[in-house]
Design a binder for this molecule. Sequence first.
Ligand SMILES: [Zn+2]
Length: 311
Amino acid sequence: MTSSFKTAALLSLLLACPLAAQAGAARDDGATHYRPTGKGHAELDNDAGASARKAAAKVVKTPSNGILYHGGPVMNNVNGTNVYYIWYGNWTGSTTPAILTDLASNLTGSPWWNINTSYADGAGKKVVNRVNWLGSTTDSYSLGAALSDANVKTVVTSAITSGRLPSDANGIYVVLSSADVNETSGLCTQYCGWHSAATLGAVVIKYAFVGNPDRCPTACGTQTSGPNSNTGADAMASIVAHELAETVSDPQLNAWYDSRGYENADKCAWTYGATYTAANGAVANLKLGARDFLLQQNWVNAAGGACAKAY
Ligand SMILES: [Zn+2]
């Protein structure tokens, strides 16, 4: 589910993602289908479920809005989606937790999150414009400063089994790492964040990893100084938003994605729409609560489909 890629060909596919998305976003010709890995790049859809998913893709949403439904669940609880953060590493003295907590706390009702309401399950039940910030926990290097994908999963499941966070099928658990922490499957070289799901007991736990762009401002950053005067956090904000949007529309990597395996936020990565200058001189494109942010656009699954920062 979270396959990692090491080849130059797939790396170039990842790097080409934003431009390719703009050029071919509205064209799902159905000829070749890929499935998402949660890391913003695709692998050939050749597993045992491929035939069923292709059949599903052919019968739903014709003509499409540039993204296809593959039959799986979306996170469309009428009470909204719950978000938890796990602060991994050393966050002492950092303004990042306050900035990203404000982000998650102010998505409800926003024009940006409303884009996700253009996604529904097979019964037509839509994602709602509500995100419930339900808290966080810390993890001070329980698995060291070089995490594998499996380690990230363990960080999440440990937070739950230890009782530091509840087990919540309607939750998204986001692991946020400090700048000294690496994710060895390709942070900064193949992705800036990713999302996945795992079964814990009887509950399907949805979770995401968001690395710290201070490790690699060229690859994962947005601007030298962001609207909240914290380069890493301001870049992380867009990546957190990206992963949350993908998780509600494709929580188990079998719901909404296009023929190349691009999920909604992949199709609009690193594009921002109209921007303005924040009070501190940085570039921003929207306000949530009291803060300005520069969040990437997301794919609107309506009216033919398009990247937008509001819906
Ligand atoms: Zn993505």
